[in-house]
Design a protein around this ligand. Structure first.
Ligand SMILES: Cc1cc2nc3c(=O)[nH]c(=O)nc-3n(C[C@H](O)[C@H](O)[C@H](O)COP(=O)(O)OP(=O)(O)OC[C@H]3O[C@@H](n4cnc5c(N)ncnc54)[C@H](O)[C@@H]3O)c2cc1C
Length: 285
């Protein structure tokens, strides 16, 4: 993005096409919605003399406070076959805010899309020693019940997106950020399995309860890198998601989140985009 000489307005958005040619688009109002990693990268790459640390970044927060979720995917094996096609229709938040033995939030439990034999086959090396060698993947898949545990990641300035001198994007992330809640959530679910028809030693001759934590590359629920707030010293955007530092620049993807909670982010992003859209309609009248 390029700005006017004073740096208060975005005057152009430069697009580079695959053949190397470029075109500059201009508009009265520019709305960025590239996702939390790429929106931050776009602003950081758009540094100018007036915005030496990146566009809209006088606070220094752009790229920082990256959040995702502390997610764990779990596959249990049911005694009965699980023929469901649309498994991802149930969630429960009984321990979202805490539990009888823990005063802090644990997070939410939801169903995942149904595992099939190809997916289980692909994950098999990770679960070596836990899968029964005489049990075909199709049989396991037929009895698989898949859960997704979602715990809250906390906003920390050192968890951040940066851009190096060659404009490549880097992501720094402390993967042990507030993981105790989701660890306890997993134990809660574990303790429920026998009540859910997933007892050990019934279908299989050993327990089968497989899990997979999401590593740094699992950026699906990225958020927080262009946070909003009322204080220009600690946020990049105002409450309508307009950059504090510029008059015509908005960011409306999940970048604006100051916290991420422990639920999937899309509906919040959509609701906020509609809210900001109403504001823009008023502004452009
Ligand atoms: C596998 C997977 C499963 C998910 N499941 C769920 C779910 O069940 N529920 C849920 O709520 N969320 C889910 N999410 C998360 C959800 O997809 C994201 O939270 C949501 O899409 C974020 O919206 P966004 O507008 O911030 O960014 P995005 O939807 O990522 O949109 C950003 C857009 O900007 C484009 N873009 C990027 N850089 C540039 C650039 N420089 N110039 C122009 N365009 C650019 C991208 O191509 C993309 O189209 C899932 C994500 C993944 C990957």
């Amino acid at each position: 993005m390029v700005t006017d000489a004073g740096g208060r307005s975005v005057t152009g958005v430069v697009a580079t096409f695959e053949d190397g040619t470029t075109t500059t688009f201009s508009a009265d109002v520019v709305v960025v919605a590239c996702g939390a990693v790429n929106s931050a990268a776009l602003l950081l790459r758009s540094a100018t003399d007036a915005h030496p640390e990146g566009l809209a970044n006088s606070s220094g927060v752009v790229g920082r406070y990256y959040m995702r979720h502390n997610n764990v995917a779990v596959m249990a094996v049911s005694v009965e076959p699980n023929p469901t096609r649309f498994q991802k229709t149930l969630a429960f938040n009984d321990w979202y805010l805490g539990a009888d033995d823990w005063d802090y939030p644990l997070g939410g439990v939801q169903m995942l899309g149904k595992s099939d034999d190809a997916m289980i086959h692909a994950e098999a090396p990770r679960w070596a020693g836990k899968l029964s060698p005489d049990l075909p993947f199709e049989v396991i898949a037929h009895h698989a019940v898949d859960f997704w545990l979602c715990g809250e990641d906390l906003p920390r300035p050192e968890n951040r997106v940066t851009v190096d001198k060659d404009l490549r994007v880097h992501l720094a992330l402390d993967e042990d950020n507030n993981v105790e809640g989701v660890r306890r959530l997993r134990h809660k679910l574990d303790g429920m399995l026998s009540h859910l028809g997933m007892q050990h030693h019934r279908l299989l001759d050993h327990s089968l309860y497989l899990h997979k934590s999401m590593p740094v590359g699992a950026t699906a629920h990225q958020a927080g890198t262009v946070r909003f707030g009322t204080d220009p010293a600690s946020s990049a955007l105002d409450p309508f998601c307009k950059a504090h530092d510029l008059d015509n620049l908005y960011v409306v993807d999940t970048s604006f989140f100051p916290s991420i909670g422990a639920v999937n982010p899309s509906l919040t992003a959509i609701a906020n985009a509609l809210r900001v859209g109403d504001h823009l309609v008023e502004r452009l009248r």
